[in-house]
Design a protein around this ligand. Sequence first.
Ligand SMILES: Nc1ncnc2c1ncn2[C@@H]1O[C@H](COP(=O)(O)OP(=O)(O)OP(=O)(O)O)[C@@H](O)[C@H]1O
Ligand SMILES: [Mg+2]
Length: 288
Amino acid sequence: MHSIEVHNLTKKFSLHRGLFDFVADPLNKDEITSLEMINLQVREGEVFGLLGPNGAGKTTLIKILCTLSFPSTGAAMVNGYDVLKESRRVRESIGYVTTDERSFYWRLTGRQNLEFFANLHNYYSKKAQNRVSELLSIVNLEKRADDPFLSYSAGMKQRLAIARGLINDPKVLFMDEPTRSLDPRAAQDARDFIHDYIVSEQEKTIFLSTHNLNEAEQLCNRIAILDEGKIKVSGTPQELKSSLGDNSTLGDVFAFYSGKKLEEERPPKSSFMKEMRFRHRGGMGMGR
Ligand SMILES: Nc1ncnc2c1ncn2[C@@H]1O[C@H](COP(=O)(O)OP(=O)(O)OP(=O)(O)O)[C@@H](O)[C@H]1O
Ligand SMILES: [Mg+2]
């Protein structure tokens, strides 16, 4: 069975125009095409990666699949539900992990934030408290759970975002650049956690976006290369590399199909993740 199916999906945005432009030329409709005729299928239990540079359309596609935005044309099904006609069902069956810090309440603690989002998933009182405590333990944040979100490091914020995405025990987890703004060590720990806990232990289907070649290769069973709103090619990392011949890298594949080089992101200067690394203990805890 397919967890995600996308058919001929296109997304266009109208660009805002000033009043003067509108009066001067009311029929002129400036549009930007973010996604063009996207077709893809993700199998249950698969880790599927959208690999693409800035502006490729990764967030736009994830937002449509999470029912946060509408397609202009085309259709998409998630867990068997239509993203347009059955959006509530889709939302009940998915989790969404975004690095957008503005989606948290900065003055509330990590625990209060999670309890708020648990309420939105219809977890109340004791049930919400228990679920939140369990998740804080899973992402190794119990010790800082009662500190305000604004005092968290980038890595801690990201771990809280992952915990939030898991609140409703979703079948499919969408992760938009899950290691963005983490230092290399913290990014690797996050990838280990995703692989060891979310994929191997919890057996969730994951749809993630990244512009990191290593991340795509390490985590994903299959990859689609997205550039300028179009899927250039898709397949397993091995299939894609083999198609270009021996010793080819995923970077070569990206360059071949997009005509561009995908730059590796340079690690951030600060390394404030040292003491708060993702650590997977196995079972429900983390810490090595
Ligand atoms: N609300 C919007 N209004 C107008 N244009 C938009 C809007 N959202 C996205 N776009 C445009 O759609 C294109 C794809 O953007 P998107 O954010 O999906 O790319 P991305 O692959 O997620 O990039 P990044 O790696 O920087 O996050 C860009 O050209 C962007 O400017
Ligand atoms: Mg994005």
